[in-house]
Design a protein around this ligand. Structure first.
Ligand code: CP
Ligand code: NVA
Length: 343
């Protein structure tokens, strides 16, 4: 039974563990079929609108390529391309989009906007990132973690997220950890911890499997995966940069920090884009301004030695977004899988 049919995905908590497994399992099947050039097109004649009010490389491209490869058509609506919220209310715009499209991918800063969209929507809405949550990223990350976890199940791993633990990736990880049951350590300066009620709830429901600490050694010890993200997110105010970077400086993913894991097989995740060298305008500027010559949130040395898994995270967005779109747009789908293991 496909309970995902017609469902919105605004946050990970919108999905049950069973539904997350359905998405990951279908993504695995499609990934294999695509590699063998035997992919079945489930989305013929479907029309997808992508409303992206913020910049994106991998999420936008993953939605578009996923739709193309599945036989669907896409309309991309970038910032300033529609009347949405400026000359036309979200509810009126949705009256139009409901009649034209089968599903909508939305990226914007204010999570409330996607909530309003979904309220007026008769078609599935997929969150392609808001300042609060980034569920399509974490589905890809979960597939990547599954592919790279050996001799234990994903629910037995320890993932240490190091950096800005108040951002959309950390918020989404918190929800995912509760659903899947893996151990989550948030390692960050107190100023960038999640809200205190969220922390209390985590300790209450998952005491043995949750830690929020400023102490790097304690936080990363025995981790299987270290996950980081940019220190300054889209939508962060410019006047916060100095404070943020100065406080987060000592949480940089570098050789010394990885040595504290005492795990020679430690794997490093990054949702990207990453500031790991001076080949970007911001990377160069931050490097000089904050005296971080080897990289900002991650050193180039560590990025280069873990880039295979990091770019697999990116590629897996294609497969997981494809699976999410198929399962929310098709009532019945038959797919043959030889070996499917649930998380
Ligand atoms: N990780 C991620 O969402 O990347 P983009 O901003 O390039 O979509
Ligand atoms: N926290 C980052 C994630 C980018 C994919 C941001 O919101 O900018």
């Amino acid at each position: 039974m496909n309970n995902l049919y017609k469902k919105h995905c605004l946050k990970i908590k919108d999905l049950t563990k069973h539904e997350i497994n359905q998405i990951i399992n279908l993504a695995e099947v499609i990934k294999k079929a695509r590699n063998k050039k035997q992919e079945i097109k489930y989305l013929k004649n479907k029309k997808i609108a992508l409303i992206f009010e913020q910049e994106s490389t991998r999420t936008r491209c993953s939605f578009e390529v996923a739709a193309f490869e599945q036989g669907a058509q896409v309309t991309y609506l970038g910032a300033g391309n529609t009347h949405l919220g400026y000359k036309e209310s979200i509810s009126d715009t949705m009256q139009v989009l409901n009649r034209l499209y089968n599903g909508i991918g939305y990226r914007g800063i204010h999570h409330n906007n996607i909530k309003i969209l979904s309220h007026y929507s008769k078609i599935p809405i997929w969150n392609a990132l808001t300042k609060k949550y980034h569920p399509t990223q974490l589905l890809a990350d979960l597939l990547t973690i599954k592919e790279n976890t050996i001799n234990k199940s994903v629910s037995e791993i320890t993932l240490a997220y190091v950096g800005d633990a108040s951002n959309n990736i950390a918020n989404t990880l918190l929800e995912l950890a509760l659903i899947i049951g893996f151990k989550l350590h948030l390692v960050a300066p107190k100023e960038y911890w999640p809200k205190s009620d969220v922390i209390q709830k985590m300790y209450k429901t998952n005491k043995k499997k949750f830690l929020c600490t400023e102490n790097i050694k304690e936080g990363v010890k025995k981790a299987d995966f270290i996950y980081t993200d940019v220190w300054v997110s889209m939508g962060d105010k410019k006047n916060e940069w100095d404070k943020k970077i100065n406080l987060l400086k000592k949480y940089q993913i570098n050789q010394k920090l990885l040595s504290y894991t005492k795990n020679y097989n430690i794997q490093v995740l990054h949702c990207l884009p990453a500031l790991h060298d001076q080949n970007t305008i911001i990377g160069k500027k931050c490097s000089t301004l904050y005296n971080l010559p080897d990289g900002i949130e991650i050193t180039n040395e560590i990025f280069q030695s873990h880039k295979k898994i990091i770019f697999n995270q990116s590629e897996n967005k294609l497969h997981t977004i494809k699976a999410l779109m198929i399962l929310t747009l098709k009532k019945n789908i038959d797919y043959i899988s030889t070996k499917q293991t649930n998380i």
